[in-house]
Design a protein around this ligand. Structure first.
Ligand code: BEZ
Ligand code: FE
Length: 305
């Protein structure tokens, strides 16, 4: 056989990396939905760039894929480890940031503990359905539009962890839907409810995210906060959190979502106050108003049932 005869099963050898990326992009170019096409192309470009930068060994690659599988295996009815991972690497906070319009109140990430379908409550009701080891917190405020007008009938979906540091779905000792509730604002957009003062708490560390945090020598804590989803017809839904710890605590939020703009000023009451009937001192109150931008309401799919 002359040396000019091509060998039939010649190994093609390594492709230049750019050409491999190009071939994958070409293979996906017929994707019908243009947004899916753009998303997948960006994922492939960035994933290939990541591999070129890191040059992972086969063992490292296996470990990375196993980490993703473990995120799924540690996702249960009590906790969504996939959301938690996106949160602790700052991706959820960034998605939140790029969706701000600048018109509405400051937003914050949803987190993995939103359940949806919380019980409807009347104005002034308490969302504490179990004994909680903390002082009473009276919360009130108004929902307005960008022009300052009241949004009558706006809906506020509220949830928080117990001062013991756990959401009710993580803790057998708490009643179902403890510290969760939905309220409808009155004709002047005003809402009010009663709860317990939240405390800082650790995100779950019993799965791969916990292993990652400890490898990175990071603490797992979130500063004390209340979650809100505020919605109304003709307006973009606002997903946010209101922080009740000292401002100094906010900078080290393990999920990078706490900012000074989300601080709610707590007022301490050492005497009974006729403005807060039934609240025994010492207790706290918090006034917090929300501004919604015009738009179409959308609702997040709860990460857990
Ligand atoms: C939360 O605030 O509920 C939360 C957010 C991100 C990760 C874990 C918990
Ligand atoms: Fe939370």
């Amino acid at each position: 056989m002359s040396s000019a005869t091509p060998r039939r099963h010649r190994h093609p050898g390594p492709d230049p990396a750019d050409s491999l990326t190009e071939r994958v992009l070409q293979a996906m170019a017929g994707t019908a939905d243009p947004r899916v096409r753009a998303i997948m192309a960006a994922i492939v470009r960035h994933a290939h760039a990541l591999v070129r930068e890191l040059q992972p060994t086969p063992e490292e690659y296996e470990q990375a894929l196993r980490f993703l599988v473990d995120l799924g295996h540690h996702t249960t009815a009590a906790k969504n480890e996939v959301v938690l991972f996106a949160d602790v690497i700052g991706v959820s906070a960034l998605v939140d940031q790029v969706n701000r319009t600048g018109v509405e109140s400051e937003t914050a990430l949803l987190g993995p503990f939103y359940r949806g379908a919380a019980p409807w409550c009347a104005a002034g009701d308490s969302i504490a359905r179990s004994e909680a080891p903390g002082p009473t917190l009276m919360v009130a405020g108004q929902v307005r539009n960008a022009e300052g007008g009241a949004i009558a009938g706006a809906v506020l979906d509220v949830w928080q962890a117990s001062p013991v540091g756990l959401y009710e779905n993580q803790d057998q000792g708490q009643a179902d839907m403890n510290l969760r509730g939905r309220f409808r604002a009155d004709g002047e957009g005003r809402y009010r409810f009663r709860t317990v003062r939240p405390a800082r708490y650790p995100v779950p560390t019993d799965g791969p995210v916990g292993v990652l945090l400890s490898a990175q020598r990071r603490h797992p804590y979130r500063p004390a906060h209340l979650h809100f989803i505020v919605s109304a017809e003709g307006h973009r839904t606002l997903v946010t959190q209101v922080f009740t710890d000292a401002e100094a605590e906010l900078a080290s939020d393990v999920v990078f979502s706490a900012t000074p703009g989300l601080m709610g000023g707590l007022h301490r009451h050492d005497r009974p106050d006729p403005a807060h009937p039934g609240a025994a001192p010492p207790f706290f109150s918090l006034e917090y108003d929300f501004v919604l931008a015009k738009g179409t309401p959308t609702f997040p799919v709860p990460p857990i049932p």
